[in-house]
Design a protein. Structure first.
Length: 379
């Protein structure tokens, strides 16, 4: 039995990056031997085990053969006689197809170290084109490593284009597309993910509804959010900042596209809500931030449900602040006014013996008066 550290842990160590997770390959062992040593089996499709102490994943060396369409269309073969080189051959990129033995020696049968030096993302073998998920993975790695100067090798780009042309990319399931996309949003330069997909034709094939939103300004806003270490929700919202002025017809089309995207990818509900808020209210918020008045601001709070969900409204302003200077400058004032409104409670009105519908009307009136006085003080 021989145990090797593989994949991202080896790559990141050689790049001088923090190593987050360790993955291991075991050569020359059977499932029974692993269980006898206390490893816990967890793999559903092939033998993967958790270390009894560290709980890190240890997979038996395996090969794979394509048996159908999509990333799930593979059968796996594992045996004591499968070599480390055979296991590494099935991996996507050369920089992910390296291993380290227990003495710290690097095993690199496919030129991963050379590609690290030349900053290239290159496929290991022609079998790369059998798995459409690798299109998204390469785009994600490009987004992660672009700040270090990495780029997709032209021959790998050609395989990605061929996969799109052959229709293989159309077999990607929405759950995996969202999983890769949401992870890519949290990379250092998430714009590169979308640029890579667009360059090889996969954006049109897999996410055609995104096409109207992916342009240079959108991607610039997305990278600004990444530089600010914003949450995935805020980064996702940045994709839908509209080009202003936005006609009513354009707004309707954008809303329909967002509904199609969220229906297909099924992201968390808060992501769908935020994308719609950005598209529906951007122009109104811009107008108010330039020339605020009490009624317009109060109507905005009501339309966006800011009085019940102030954190969501703050996220909305943060998203728009990456695109519009007026919002960047006026964001704190708007949030301050919202907090002032939240401090005016119905119980303050009830004490004055006002009842029923009149309570809500009185609360709104008091809030309007407060906003008006605050705006007047700022002038």
């Amino acid at each position: 039995m021989q145990i090797y550290k593989v994949g991202g842990a080896v790559r990141d160590k050689l790049l001088g990056l923090p190593v987050k997770d360790n993955d291991w390959v075991v050569v020359g062992a059977t499932p029974e031997q692993m269980k006898n040593k206390g490893y816990q089996p967890v793999g559903r499709d092939f033998p993967v085990f958790l270390h009894p102490e560290t709980k890190e994943e240890y997979a038996l060396a395996r090969t794979e053969r394509k048996t159908g369409h999509g990333y799930a269309g593979f059968s796996f073969y594992t045996s004591c006689d499968i070599s480390l080189e055979e296991d590494l051959l099935r991996r996507d990129l050369t920089i992910n197809a390296m291993a380290e033995d227990q003495s710290g020696n690097i095993i690199d049968p496919y030129g991963g170290q050379d590609d690290l030096k030349s900053r290239q993302l290159r496929h290991v073998s022609p079998a790369f084109q059998e798995d459409p998920l690798r299109i998204l993975r390469v785009a994600r790695f490009a987004a992660r490593l672009a700040p270090l100067g990495f780029h997709v090798a032209e021959e790998t780009f050609e395989l990605m284009r061929n996969m799109v042309k052959s229709g293989e990319a159309s077999h990607l399931v929405p759950e995996r597309v969202w999983q890769e996309t949401s992870t890519a949003l949290m990379e250092l330069t998430p714009s590169v993910y979308f640029e890579t997909l667009e360059s090889c034709g996969a954006l049109q094939a897999v996410l055609p509804e995104f096409k109207p939103f992916i342009h240079s300004q959108t991607l610039q806003h997305l990278n600004l959010a990444a530089q600010a270490n914003s949450t995935a929700l805020i980064r996702f919202g940045c994709l839908f900042i509209p080009l202003l002025p936005q006609t009513e017809a354009a707004k309707i089309n954008n809303i329909l596209s967002i509904q199609a995207i969220t229906s297909k990818l099924r992201p968390p509900a808060e992501y769908a809500d935020m994308a719609l808020l950005v598209t529906e209210h951007s122009d109104r918020i811009i107008s108010i931030s330039r020339s605020p008045d009490a009624e317009s601001l109060m109507s905005l709070f009501e339309a966006t449900d800011a009085l019940r969900r102030p954190e969501r409204f703050t996220c909305l302003l943060t998203i728009l602040s990456y695109s519009f200077e007026t919002i960047k400058l006026g964001k704190n004032q708007i949030i301050e006014l919202l907090n002032d409104c939240l401090a005016i409670k119905a119980r303050d009105i009830i004490s004055k013996k006002i009842k029923g519908k009149a309570i809500g009307e009185a609360v709104r009136k008091n809030r309007l008066q407060w906003i008006e006085s605050k705006i007047h003080q700022k002038k």
